[in-house]
Design a protein around this ligand. Structure first.
Ligand SMILES: [Zn+2]
Length: 396
């Protein structure tokens, strides 16, 4: 049997030529990775690691401003924030492109071994008024073998747990599981939920070409429901439409990501998955994509065209009613968009999401405070909903 150490040595470190060139040095100049960590990151040659993508929050260096609603201190909890760990990224293989060319790209790397990088993340959270971040690693292992996927998830989960243990008031995490091997994913989920700070698992919005309403995933969904583990279902574009997304405007993200989430959630609704697992906790970032903006169409389609709907699937509720059992983040850019999302899904279902370290919104707290909602609803979105969902207690 291959030992863990020899497996890493054989699969990653041997026979790979790369340059530890000045680009990476500049990319990580603000909080240097060790030479070995830079070497591992260099293997993937990710565009996101280009130094031109370094990002510094304009409010950096200022003390964290506590958030109060009606005189009550609210722990602000950001449920959508990412990181990478060099040792796991290296297992993606030479030339893999896992960190897209986005501002904040190099700031994804926050291994506990790199105090400067972790402190930089904490300082950025302070600059944004975020008390706690729930960290997750975006999936890059669904096309890997069982052995490699196991190793990537292990490295991610151990690093995430280490961050949570070192900063229990500041970090929680959604761990990594290999959905392409549901039996393995069940075991990984059981194990990671016993690790410090873990609140569930971050999964991609689909497993390669397969949606989670497929029966093969039922054991994982059942286990998540049993454990109360949140499934943070993150989009990674809609590659089937890559040809149409070509051209100006980064449409693979602008349209592809929200569409990815929308398709994923509609399958869970229409295929009866949310009826089978009524207590499953699904968190859809980026405001749930387009779903909240055009949901009522779902209530009419099977009436208009019964031949396109399966008579064997009899939903227990109206399709739009399922929105009230899914959780969404607040990353919808304008107060009007957030007001509308809340009107569609309910204030109890929405929580802060920033996508940190990617700076979609430098001021997520003001975004919520300036939305025309009651103070009670604002407090729910700023932190009370997340504290309840994730079972986070106390003031930190
Ligand atoms: Zn994200």
């Amino acid at each position: 049997m291959t030992s863990r150490r020899s497996f890493i040595k054989n699969s990653v470190f041997s026979g790979i030529a790369f340059c530890s060139c000045g680009m990476l040095d500049r990319a990580f100049a603000q909080y240097p990775l060790t030479e070995e960590q830079k070497r591992l990151v260099a293997i993937t040659k990710d565009a996101g690691n280009d130094p031109k993508n370094n990002y510094r929050h304009p409010n950096m260096g200022n003390k964290r401003k506590p958030t109060f609603i009606d005189g009550r201190r609210i722990n602000t909890i950001d449920t959508h924030a990412h990181c990478f760990f060099p040792e796991a990224v290296a297992l993606a293989g030479e030339g893999a492109n896992i960190n897209a060319s986005v501002k904040g790209g190099p700031q994804h790397y926050i291994p506990m071994s790199n105090r400067e990088a972790v402190q930089y993340r904490l300082d950025t959270m302070d600059a944004m008024g975020i008390d706690m971040q729930v960290l997750s690693v975006n999936v890059f292992w669904y096309n890997k073998t069982r052995e490699v996927a196991t190793e990537i998830c292990r490295i991610n989960n151990e690093n995430l747990a280490a961050l949570c243990m070192a900063h229990p008031g500041r970090f929680a995490a959604f761990g990594s599981i290999a959905m392409q091997f549901p039996d393995l994913a069940v075991k990984q989920l059981e194990a990671l939920m016993k690790m410090p700070g873990m609140k569930g698992a971050a999964i991609q919005a689909k497993m390669l070409e397969t949606d989670y309403s497929h029966p093969m995933f039922e054991p994982v969904l059942a286990k998540a429901e049993e454990l109360g583990a949140v499934l943070f279902m993150h989009p990674q574009s809609t590659p089937q439409l890559a040809n149409r997304f070509k051209g100006n405007g980064w449409l693979s993200n602008t349209i592809g990501n929200p569409l990815d989430t929308t398709i994923a959630l509609e399958h869970l609704i229409f295929d009866g998955t949310l009826d089978k697992f009524p207590n499953l906790k699904i968190l859809a970032p980026h405001g749930g994509g387009f779903l909240g903006s055009y949901a009522p169409r779902m209530d009419v389609t099977c009436f208009i065209s019964p031949t396109n709907c399966d008579p064997k699937i009899v939903l227990k509720k109206k399709p739009t009613d399922y929105l009230k059992q899914i959780y969404f983040d607040s990353l919808v850019f304008t107060p009007e968009a957030l007001r509308h999302l809340v009107a569609e899904v309910g204030a109890s279902q929405v929580m802060i999401g920033t996508d940190q370290p990617i700076p979609w919104n430098d001021d997520p707290i003001t975004h919520i405070l300036s939305t025309p909602l009651s103070n009670k609803e604002k407090a729910q979105i700023l932190g009370l909903n997340a504290a309840q969902l994730l079972k986070v207690q106390g003031i930190f």
